[in-house]
Design a protein around this ligand. Structure first.
Ligand SMILES: *Cc1c(COP(=O)(O)O)cnc(C)c1O
Length: 244
């Protein structure tokens, strides 16, 4: 697990170097540990080293790790595809923000359940900026409308936007995805929609966090570069025909 600590130190350096290069304050960029498939023990190592924010893709994994992490202070975001039949479960796991809200029917069901439990939830709207069919997210054309609709559900607080950039070694193409998310953010801010905050842009992962920071990311989500290669391909987490 000393690998995790070394890797964390390297990621921190990459983040601060990227901030310096693009003239940004490193305080503005949070690191979210993408912990899918990582054991609770592995996550603890990072949390005990001072990290504070993790993101999970599967409700099943949230539940499995919940007890083991309960005494280690941290915040949890949900960053995976959320099925409506998992809403009750996710609300039991102390998730403070769902970053992957991408459709109104999910927002409405979430709202109903939150009302029933007298709770509130932060959400980001996930946008599909790469137009790849395998990924989730509202299309860029429909994003502003979805923000307006969700803003009317008073148990949900919209805090920003999230995207998974194009999976490509061509940095320029990946960067276009991040630019698009930034553009949408500015467009939404201009519209001054009540109950909508647009401070957060969650974008950038192990391979592309520098470009994301350059384009305005406030949260980068990093898994592989900290915890090592995963056993499953990402398509397992990002495709509709998932098994879990
Ligand atoms: C896995 C995952 C990440 C982290 O990706 P890495 O390439 O492992 O850094 C970020 N965001 C989401 C939504 C993910 O599923």
């Amino acid at each position: 697990m000393s690998d995790v600590l070394n890797n964390l130190a390297l990621i921190k350096k990459r983040i601060s170097a990227a901030c310096e290069k693009s003239g940004r304050n490193p305080q503005e960029v949070k690191l979210l540990l993408a912990t899918k498939t990582v054991s609770a023990e592995g996550i603890k190592v990072a949390l005990e080293a001072g990290e504070t924010l993790i993101g999970e893709n599967k409700v099943q994994e949230l539940k499995e790790k919940f007890d083991a992490l309960i005494h280690t202070p941290h915040k949890k975001h949900f960053i995976g595809h959320l099925q409506t039949n998992k809403i009750k479960d996710i609300l039991k796991c102390d998730v403070t923000c769902i970053e992957s809200l991408d459709r109104y029917d999910l927002a409405e069901k979430l709202h109903q359940r939150l009302m029933y439990e007298q709770k509130k939830m932060d959400v980001f709207i996930q946008v599909n900026t790469s137009a790849e069919e395998s990924k989730f997210g509202v299309s860029p054309e429909d994003a502003v409308e979805l923000v307006k609709q969700v803003s009317q559900l008073e148990s949900l607080h919209i805090k920003g936007l999230m995207t998974i950039g194009l999976f490509s070694a061509e940095t320029e193409k990946v960067r276009q995805c991040f630019k698009l998310l930034k553009k949408l953010q500015l467009e939404i801010i201009q519209q001054n929609i009540p109950n909508v905050e647009m401070k957060e842009l969650s974008m950038g992962m192990s391979n592309d966090l520098e470009a994301a920071i350059d384009e305005g990311a406030t949260i980068v989500r990093v898994g592989t570069a900290i915890f090592g290669q995963r056993m499953y391909p990402d398509s397992y987490y990002w495709n509709e025909n998932e098994t879990k």
